[in-house]
Design a protein around this ligand. Sequence first.
Ligand code: PLP
Length: 285
Amino acid sequence: MGRTVYVNGRYQPYADATVHAEDRGFQFGDGVYEVIEVRDGALIDPTRHVERLARSLGEIRMPMPMSSAAFGHVLRETVRRNRVHDGTIYLQVTRGAGPRDFLFPAVPYRQTVVCIARPSSRAASDARAAKGIAVKTVADPRWDRCDIKTVMLLPASLAKEDAKAEGAREAWFVDVEGFVTEGASSNAWIVDTSGRLRTRPVDAAILRGVTRTTLIDVIRKFGLDIVEQPFTVAEAKAAREAFVTAATNIVTPVIAIDGVRIGDGMPGELSKRLRAAFHGVAERK
Ligand code: PLP
């Protein structure tokens, strides 16, 4: 059994898995998505991811194309058919395909639903976390609804290219006031000079990361304090520790920001502890 992709109700061979040329996701970025971690063949935090998908859809005035339970079935079946043990599953919903028009169709198109499972190496992710990553800060050029997980990812793609050109793995967006908003595909955290865990509060400037939400559960379980308060680039560079969170990288320590070493230049102890504890708390289904 080769790789298969779920497209609109059918599991198609990878090479044949296509959507229409006039899909609104393609023409307008008129769609939303989720990326969920797969670990030991199970989905991590599927309930929160599907809830966020429903919210994103609602914010762009689209209904859920199927029930949450049906999404759960499609996600699991795609994982099963592709025999993914560790990796990710990508789920995208667009407003569908039809003659190009800025206005929404008077009679709704059939929404496009795509689900792709991809294996990835847990050892490689753990090795990256053990070493820590570098990040580069860039001005945040995105729109003012970053709380919606839309497929309009060009700013994130360009920012990651800029980061890569300087040997960094992630870009951190910075708002006009000099505060870090979030990573191009992650949430940004520090342990500040007072030893407080800090991350930006959720507002329209950032995505409410599912990993962020679950990590707050982990932090509370440990009885640690967390301050949801923005931090500047200068504060981040002076921090004891820094890290990013996302379904694709759990908790990954940051050891340099714009070439400035964070702490002693090694992954921080708290960051490592939180990463190690994460899957003991996250939903696994
Ligand atoms: N912020 C942005 C802009 C993202 O693209 C992502 C994930 O892709 C995140 C934060 C982290 O979200 P999650 O923890 O749900 O993966």
